[in-house]
Design a protein around this ligand. Structure first.
Ligand SMILES: [Mg+2]
Length: 343
């Protein structure tokens, strides 16, 4: 089998009016002389599309898509001068996922089975809510995460505590509850908030600091009474290696559509397993990550997907807080190919 075309587009969708629109998710399609097309989702918006249509296209055309590990290394090397982290790796991730989708379609098996897992495994899910947890969501998921919003700058400790108290009251005493600060705090603020929240049984604090503040994360590892999660904005197993070696995050959250695709998510799982750390992939309930959770994760918890990704169908439903893969080959995603006709 040979790759005959490499296509990419940023499909229009009702994403939030911030970077997720301008630099949002892209679709990558790899066509082959066997008549099969593999699909993957990456990131980086139109800049990511440009990376795929130029450097990655030059790299992949005419190659055997079965040699995924080799092609990952070639793509990484081809983008090294301007890549390593950020949107070039987000673009590479989409191409890597398309290669895995092709392998599954060629073998007529779901990706989870290629990884040694089973599509029958029910996976518990958690829901990410912005600012408040709506009553109609309670009972539909096994756990919840509260995304702490922008409007909490004044008297931040008490404002966060109030929001988490309301969330705890909404979900009940025993339901796991986590919070996400999305890189907006510093060490002192995080510690103040963590000690204030200690009675509320918060499962983790996610990304309290900039991903580059490794010294700050070391302070939190040593002093914070609540486990620290992060990695949604880290890239490749090379980027995760120091986080894991120093145990700077207790829960690792690679995003398979950004971190280097499934190939590097597998490497991150391997590193985490050796270190005894938990992996809880960002947006893990979306089909692109769900196969890895089903196959590789000893204690899976899948984060709810993003509702604005309307151009991907085939997403399995969540029942009673659990999600289960279908037996469709590859990732089992349905793609509206008409969005690729607008090139
Ligand atoms: Mg997050």
């Amino acid at each position: 089998m040979k790759i005959t075309d490499v296509r990419a587009v940023q499909p229009a969708c009702p994403s939030p009016p911030d970077w997720r629109t301008s630099m949002g998710q892209i679709l990558v399609a790899l066509d082959t002389d066997a008549g099969l097309t593999g699909h993957g989702v990456g990131g980086g918006g139109k800049a990511g599309v440009h990376v795929v249509r130029t450097v990655l296209r030059d790299t992949l055309l005419g190659r055997d898509p079965e040699r995924i590990g080799e092609l990952w290394e070639v793509m990484y090397a081809a983008t090294l001068a301007f890549g390593r982290k950020g949107l070039a790796v987000m673009a590479l991730s989409g191409a890597d996922l398309a290669l895995w989708d092709l392998r599954g379609k060629a073998e007529r098996r779901p990706v989870a089975e290629l990884l040694g897992g089973s599509v029958e495994r029910p996976i518990p899910t958690y829901h990410t809510a912005w600012d408040e947890i709506l009553p109609e969501c309670v009972g539909q998921y096994r756990a919840f995460k509260l995304h702490i919003g922008e409007g909490l700058a004044r008297d931040r400790v008490e404002a966060v505590a109030g929001a988490v108290e309301r969330a705890r009251a909404a979900v009940g005493r025993d339901c796991p509850l986590m919070i996400d600060a999305w890189m907006k705090w510093d060490v002192a603020t995080t510690l103040q908030i963590a000690w204030r929240l200690a009675p509320l049984k918060v499962g983790w604090i996610e990304e309290p600091l900039s991903p580059d503040d490794l010294a700050g994360y070391a302070d939190l590892r040593d002093q914070c009474p609540i486990p620290i999660a992060g990695g949604e904005h880290e890239f490749t197993s090379l980027g995760f290696a120091p986080l894991i070696a120093e145990r700077l995050h207790q829960i690792l959250q690679p995003d398979v559509c950004w971190c280097g695709g499934l190939t590097d998510l597998i490497s991150i799982y391997r590193l985490a397993r050796v270190a005894g750390l938990r992996v809880c992939p960002h947006r893990g309930a979306e089909v692109w990550g769900l196969h890895a959770l089903a196959a590789l994760d000893p204690d899976p918890l899948a984060e709810s997907g993003r509702p604005w990704m309307t151009w991907v169908t085939g997403q399995p439903p969540i029942h009673d807080g659990f999600i289960r893969l279908t037996g469709e080959p590859g990732f089992g995603a349905g793609i509206d190919e008409s969005c690729l006709q607008t090139l």
